[in-house]
Design a protein around this ligand. Structure first.
Ligand code: GLC
Length: 727
C-alpha cells in the first residue's frame, strides 16, 4: 500500500513538472506554434535597444540577434553562383580558412541559357546546401537585373534580356535554395542595369517599361518563388535611393505584390534615417562602404538605422510601429532559417555538386555556328589539336567582384581537353595576354601562328574575363570589342589554318568582325568548377550542345537599343540615365526596328537537326479567363540525340498602345533520340497576353487578334496560329 502510494505520488509529481515545463516553453521557442504567433511573442519580449540592434549590420556580413532571448544573429554570404570564402568581421578581406573552398556553379547567364527550370531547381538546392553547410542564413543571390546593354559589367550574374525567361528560371532557383532553410535574396531591386556610377546614377524609365521589362522577374520571385529576402539596389529611381524607396518597396513590393519578407540594403546603399525608417528597409548593411573593398571601420552603431534611429524613436519623431514592423519581418526570416530546428544540415563541395555544376554548364553552352562541321572534334580523329587563348587556362572563378569564389576545384578548359584527348594530342599556347606588362603580345601571337600552321585543328578559347572593365562588378566595359588584340589574333590564325573553331567565354555579347571567316563558334560562359570537363564534353561530341542565347548579340554596339540614342540613354551623364528605348529591350528592339542582330535571343544550334510540325491551338477563340492550349510536334531528323527548346512568342494585331512585335510567353526544352518525335504541349493563360497600361495602372488584355508562334529562336519562327481574344 505504502509503496504504491509513493510511486503514485512520484509519478504525479513528474507529470506535473513535465506539463509545467511544457507550459513554461515561451511561444516564440515553441515550433509547434504558428509562425506569426512566435513572431509576436518574441517581439513582445524585446527591448527597444534589442529591436534596433536587429535592423542594421553588426559586422560586414551579419546582423544582430537577441542573445538574451536565445535568438541567433543572421549571417549572410555572396553570391549567386557559389558561397564566398569567410570574410573578416569588419573587412571584405578573406580570413584564410582552410575549409571554405566551395563548388563554383556556372554564372547565371549560363543557367538562363539552359532554358531548363528543372536545372534551376537543382542549382538552387545545391547552392543552398552549400550556404547552409557554411552556416549562412541569407544567400545574397540570385540577381535578375535585365540585360539592357552588353556593356554592363555584371550581366554575367544575371539571367538575360527577357523578363519571362528570367521569371521562369529564378522561381525554381529560389525554391531550391530555401528548401535548405536558407533565405534567397533577390537582387538588385531595381533597375541596376549598369555599373557605371552605380552608387549614384538616377534611372528615369516609364511605368510601362518598369512593369513589363524590369519588374517581372522580381514579382515572380516574390509571388511564385516566395522569396524570403530582397536586396535594394544602389542606384536611384525617379530621384530616390532604391534601398529606401517608397514606390518600389512600400507601394509595389509590399502593397501590390504582398511581400512579407526582409528587405536588405546593398552594401553602402543607405543614406538617410527617415527614408530608411519609412520606406521599407529592414536591415541596413555595409554603410559607408563601396560594397567591395573598403568601408568606415566599426561604424555599426552610427548606421542610419542604429543610434540615429533609436534617438528618433525615443524622441517620438518616428513611431515605434515602423521599428516593430521591421523586426517582425526579421524575426520571420529567423524562424524560417536559423531557428528552424528541422532544417537540413547542408553539404559542401561534394562530388554531387560538382556533377550538377557540370551538367548545368553542359546544358548552357551555345553552339552559334558550325560549318564543315568543325565541331564536334571526335577523340582520336586528329593527332595535333592546338589550343590557343588565355581563357583556356585563366581562372575565371576569381575576380568579377562580390561573386568571386575560392573553389575546391576548377577544371580549366585546357585541363579538360587534355583529359579528354590526351597529352600527346593537345598543344597549347596563350596567343594573347591580359597582362601586357608581363608578356610580349607580338611574340605570343607569333608563337600561336607558327604552331597553328602544323595543327590539324585549332581550338581558340578567348573572350572576356573577370578583370575590371571586363565582366566585373563596379565597372562597365569600355568597348563592345574583344580586348587584348584578340580580333587580330583570330583573323591571323584563320589566315594560317582555316580549321579553327572559336570558343568565346563571357557573360556579355561581343563584336565578331571575323564572323564570316570563322567556320565554327561556341558561346561559352563562366562555367565554374567543372568548366573544362563541360567544354571538353561538348567539343568532343560526348554532349550535344543545347543552350540558347539568353540575350541578343548585335552586329555593332549602336544596333543595341540602349546604345543607339547617345550618352544620356547609356551610361547617362553621371547624374541621370534615361531608358529611352523603353519597352523595346533586346529582341523587342531588333524586331520592331527591323535590325538584324548577329545572333538573336533564343538562338542555339545542335549537332543534330530538328523538324517542327504545325503549331496547333485547341480553340480559335478565347475569353480573358481562359488558358490557351497549344501543341506542336518536334522530330529529331539528324544523326545525334539532342535537346531543343521550343519557344512560343505572341504578337497582338491592333494594340491600343505600342507593343513589341512579339514577346516570349512560353518555352519547353525536350530531349529527342535520333528519329524520335514528340508532341509538346503549352498552356498560356490569356492574361499573360496583357500589356501594362500605365494610364490605368493595370495589366490589360484587349479583345483582339493575336498571332502565336512556335520558334527555334526569336528570329526563326517555324509555325504560327491566329487566335482571337473575345470579351
Ligand atoms: C556588393 C554587391 C551585392 C553584394 C553585396 C555584398 O556591392 O552589389 O550584389 O551582394 O555588395 O557583397
Amino acid at each position: 500500500m505504502k509503496r504504491s502510494f509513493f510511486t503514485g505520488l512520484i509519478c504525479s509529481l513528474i507529470v506535473f513538472c513535465v506539463s509545467a515545463q511544457e507550459r513554461s516553453v515561451p511561444t516564440y521557442l515553441d515550433d509547434s506554434k504558428p509562425l506569426e504567433q512566435r513572431v509576436e511573442d518574441a517581439l513582445s519580449r524585446m527591448t527597444l535597444e534589442e529591436k534596433v540592434a536587429m535592423v542594421h549590420a553588426q559586422s560586414k556580413f551579419s546582423s544582430a540577434g537577441c542573445s538574451r532571448l536565445g535568438i541567433p544573429e543572421i549571417w549572410m554570404s555572396d553570391g549567386p553562383n557559389g558561397i564566398r570564402p569567410e570574410l573578416m568581421w569588419d573587412s571584405f578581406k578573406a580570413v584564410g580558412w582552410t575549409n571554405d573552398s566551395c563548388t563554383a556553379f556556372p554564372a547565371l547567364t549560363c543557367l538562363a541559357a539552359t532554358f531548363d527550370p528543372q536545372l534551376a531547381m537543382e542549382y538552387g538546392i545545391a547552392i543552398g546546401a552549400e550556404a547552409r553547410y557554411r552556416k549562412k542564413d541569407i544567400l545574397l543571390g540570385p540577381g535578375v537585373n535585365i540585360y539592357r546593354t552588353p556593356l554592363n559589367g555584371r550581366n554575367f550574374e544575371y539571367m538575360g534580356e527577357d523578363p519571362y525567361l528570367a521569371s521562369q528560371m529564378v522561381v525554381p532557383y529560389i525554391q531550391g535554395v530555401q528548401q535548405n532553410g536558407v533565405a534567397a535574396c533577390l537582387k538588385h531591386f531595381a533597375l541596376n542595369n549598369q555599373e557605371r556610377w552605380r552608387h549614384n546614377i538616377n534611372v528615369e524609365v516609364s511605368d510601362r517599361a518598369l512593369y513589363e521589362i524590369y519588374l517581372p522577374a522580381f514579382k515572380a520571385g516574390v509571388q511564385e518563388g516566395d522569396v524570403w529576402a530582397v536586396m535594394g539596389a544602389y542606384n536611384l529611381f525617379r530621384g530616390q535611393h532604391c534601398c529606401h524607396h517608397d514606390l518600389l518597396l512600400n507601394q509595389i513590393l509590399r502593397n501590390e505584390w504582398g511581400f512579407e519578407g526582409v528587405v536588405v540594403s546593398d552594401w553602402g546603399g543607405v543614406y538617410d534615417t527617415d527614408e530608411s525608417a519609412r520606406n521599407g528597409l529592414d536591415i541596413e548593411m555595409g554603410t559607408w562602404s563601396d560594397g567591395l573593398s573598403y568601408g568606415r571601420a566599426f561604424a555599426y552603431d552610427d548606421y542610419f538605422l542604429a543610434r540615429p534611429f533609436l534617438k528618433k524613436i525615443e524622441s517620438g519623431e518616428l513611431p515605434l510601429q515602423l521599428l516593430d514592423d521591421k523586426v517582425r519581418r526579421v524575426l520571420r526570416l529567423v524562424f524560417r532559417t536559423n531557428m528552424d530546428r528541422n532544417r537540413p544540415w547542408g553539404s559542401f563541395a561534394t562530388e554531387a555538386h560538382a556533377d550538377i555544376s557540370r551538367r548545368i554548364a553542359e546544358q548552357g553552352i551555345v553552339l552559334l555556328k558550325n560549318e564543315t562541321p568543325l565541331f564536334p572534334v571526335p577523340v582520336g580523329k586528329y593527332n595535333r589539336i592546338l589550343v590557343v587563348g588565355e581563357n583556356a587556362t585563366k581562372s575565371l572563378t576569381v575576380g568579377g567582384g562580390s561573386s568571386e569564389l575560392k573553389v575546391k576545384k576548377e577544371v580549366s578548359p585546357l585541363e579538360g581537353l587534355i583529359d579528354k584527348y590526351g597529352e600527346e594530342t593537345i598543344y597549347y599556347t596563350s596567343g594573347y595576354t591580359s597582362e601586357p606588362q608581363k608578356y610580349n603580345a607580338d611574340s605570343l601571337m607569333q608563337e600561336a601562328l607558327n604552331l597553328a600552321k602544323s595543327a590539324d585543328v585549332v581550338i581558340y578559347i578567348g573572350g572576356l574575363n573577370k578583370n575590371p572593365f571586363q565582366d566585373s562588378e563596379a565597372h562597365d566595359r569600355k568597348a563592345f570589342d574583344l580586348p587584348y588584340g584578340q580580333n587580330d589574333l583570330i583573323e591571323s590564325l584563320l589566315g594560317v589554318n582555316k580549321n579553327t573553331g572559336v570558343v568565346i567565354i563571357s557573360g556579355n555579347g561581343i563584336a565578331m568582325p571575323w564572323i564570316d571567316q570563322v567556320p565554327a563558334i561556341i558561346q561559352s560562359w563562366y562555367l565554374g568548377s567543372q568548366a573544362g570537363n563541360a567544354l571538353a564534353n561538348v567539343i568532343s561530341g560526348e554532349v550535344n550542345p543545347s543552350g540558347k542565347l539568353p540575350f541578343s548579340i548585335p552586329k555593332k554596339l549602336n544596333d543595341n537599343g540602349a546604345n543607339s540614342f547617345g550618352p544620356s540613354v547609356y551610361p547617362g551623364d553621371s547624374i541621370n540615365v534615361y531608358y529611352k528605348e523603353d519597352i523595346l529591350v533586346g529582341y523587342r528592339w531588333f524586331d520592331t526596328k527591323k535590325i538584324e542582330p548577329q545572333f538573336p535571343f533564343g538562338f542555339g544550334l545542335s549537332y543534330t537537326t530538328f523538324n517542327y510540325g504545325k503549331l496547333i491551338t485547341e480553340n480559335k477563340e478565347y475569353s480573358k479567363s481562359d488558358v490557351i492550349r497549344l501543341s506542336c510536334s518536334i522530330s529529331n531528323n539528324g544523326q545525334n540525340d539532342g535537346a531543343e527548346t521550343l519557344q512560343i512568342y505572341s504578337s497582338q494585331q491592333h494594340p491600343s498602345l505600342p507593343r513589341p512585335l512579339k514577346e516570349l510567353k512560353a518555352f519547353q526544352k525536350v530531349f529527342l533520340k535520333v528519329g524520335e518525335t514528340k508532341t509538346v504541349s503549352f498552356s498560356i493563360p490569356v492574361e499573360d497576353l496583357a500589356f501594362f497600361d500605365d494610364e490605368k495602372h493595370e495589366w490589360v488584355v484587349e479583345p483582339d487578334r493575336f498571332t502565336l508562334s512556335v520558334a527555334t529562336s526569336s528570329a526563326d519562327i517555324r509555325s504560327s496560329v491566329r487566335i482571337k481574344v473575345i470579351e
